[in-house]
Design a protein around this ligand. Structure first.
Ligand SMILES: NC(=O)c1ccc[n+]([C@@H]2O[C@H](COP(=O)([O-])OP(=O)(O)OC[C@H]3O[C@@H](n4cnc5c(N)ncnc54)[C@H](O)[C@@H]3O)[C@@H](O)[C@H]2O)c1
Ligand SMILES: O=C(O)C(=O)C[C@@H](O)[C@H](O)[C@H](O)COP(=O)(O)O
Ligand SMILES: [Zn+2]
Length: 376
């Protein structure tokens, strides 16, 4: 059992009382996963859930590392892509966890991106009314966002992430080596959520990204720095408002529009992936804020210029295929979990790094804005 950390490793602690946990970020963590889990937690059985892209690359190494630490594992390999966040696959995961006789102190381990993390975390939250959960995030998006904070769930045909529970992980192991096998498109999609933290309330981080994004894409110290800064930013927000009764909604910057676009493309990852929807959504949120005279249009131009510069889509017109009408997009927005008393909540901004939660946003303003921006 080798539990020696790399000199580059970073740790972010999420201080949530009895639900507190560590996020370890750095190279070589899959090989050390068994040792890290066994040194912190008691269970000796795991159900490892992964997808068909990640399994051939990293499943065996994880299973061996668990075995070396005395943790026996059952494995389940699911299809890759957003459509896997479904009731059908939730049943398959729950059944695998029960078949493997995972007890409450044993683990569900999610090895993969946010799709596998959200789905497996949901299963871990409901099987036996909650078993332990370890995240081994393998996409940039899952390392900077979805593995942290305990939001789990699946999509419904009525909208994105509409069925789920809060279930915090017990440990997050973000092995930065595995990002080298991620496609350029998926790396960019994850980067949208990194930029999001700057745009919420860290203007200096956004400026740092504008200057250093090429180093972040290249790997090495700048990448680890960006991941650790993102995890710390997310942890701070989650600790202040774990169940999104208020300020956690800031993490939804760009998501009200983005989620409507994901639903409008029927969660077809070949047309739009989550981070791309967030990129387009963040530009729309900045433009809408300018239209409401809350922010300067220059800020929206700056956001678009950076996201476009790294190769992300920033306009609805860039989504392949035909989009439904602005009215249909509004229907999806009406299902958003932030809606209160039928009134829309949006994350708007007064400028770069000055986002705020706006309740009671007039639906008529949003509709006419969407009609203006709609490509067809
Ligand atoms: N729970 C949360 O707080 C939260 C936060 C943000 C996003 N999300 C959710 O996360 C999902 C998006 O996550 P994602 O972008 O990771 O998508 P994903 O899980 O679909 O992963 C993206 C693609 O990359 C592949 N992949 C993952 N790691 C790889 C690796 N190391 N090498 C090669 N291929 C790899 C996957 O197989 C998949 O094809 C969405 O469903 C979104 O709603 C949840
Ligand atoms: O953790 C959060 O809170 C977030 O909003 C993070 C988002 O990046 C993420 O996409 C989340 O799944 C969206 O949550 P939802 O409640 O809008 O479904
Ligand atoms: Zn997101």
């Amino acid at each position: 059992m080798n539990a020696i950390a790399s000199a580059f490793e970073r740790k972010v602690h999420v201080p949530l009382g009895e639900r507190a946990y560590d996020i370890l970020i750095g190279p070589g963590l899959i090989a050390r996963a068994g040792a890290e889990i066994a040194s912190r937690l008691k269970g000796r059985k795991a159900a490892v859930i992964t997808d068909e892209h990640v399994a051939p690359l990293y499943l065996e190494a994880l299973v061996q590392s668990l075995e070396a630490a005395g943790i026996a594992s059952a494995t389940l390999v699911l299809p890759a892509g957003e459509k896997t966040k479904s009731f059908e696959h939730l049943m398959t995961v729950c059944d695998k966890v029960l078949e493997a006789r995972i007890e409450r102190n044993d683990y569900v381990i999610a090895l993969g991106g946010g799709v596998i993390g959200d789905l497996s975390g949901f299963a871990a939250g409901i099987v036996r009314r909650g078993v332990r959960f370890v995240q081994v995030p393998t996409s940039l998006l899952s390392q900077v966002d979805s593995s942290v904070g305990g939001k789990t769930g699946i999509n419904s045909r009525r909208g994105k992430n509409l069925v789920g529970v809060f279930h915090q992980p017990d440990l997050v192991l973000a092995d930065t080596d595995v990002l080298n096998s991620l496609s350029a498109r998926e790396f960019r999609a994850g980067y949208a959520e990194v930029a999001k933290y700057g745009l919420i309330d860290k203007p200096d981080f956004f400026a740092w990204l504008e200057a250093n994004w090429q180093a972040v894409f290249a790997g090495g110290a700048a990448r680890i720095e960006a991941i650790a800064t993102s995890c710390q930013a997310k942890s701070d927000v989650v600790v202040a408002d774990e169940r999104e009764t208020g300020q956690r909604a800031l993490l939804n910057l760009g998501h009200t529009f983005g989620h409507a676009l994901e639903a409008a493309t029927a969660y077809d990852s070949s047309r739009l992936v989550h981070g791309e929807g967030v990129s387009i959504g963040m530009v729309l949120a900045h433009e809408f804020s300018a239209r409401m005279n809350l922010a300067s249009p220059d800020d929206a131009r700056r956001v678009e210029s950076h996201l476009k510069g790294v190769g992300l889509p920033t306009r609805m017109a860039e989504i392949p295929g035909t989009l439904p009408s602005a009215e249909v997009l509004m229907d999806a927005i009406a299902q958003d979990k932030k809606v209160k008393g039928g009134k829309l909540t949006f994350i708007l901004t007064r400028g770069i790094g000055q986002s705020f939660v706006a309740n009671d946003v007039p639906a008529s303003e949003v509709l006419s804005f969407l009609k203006e921006k709609h490509p067809q």
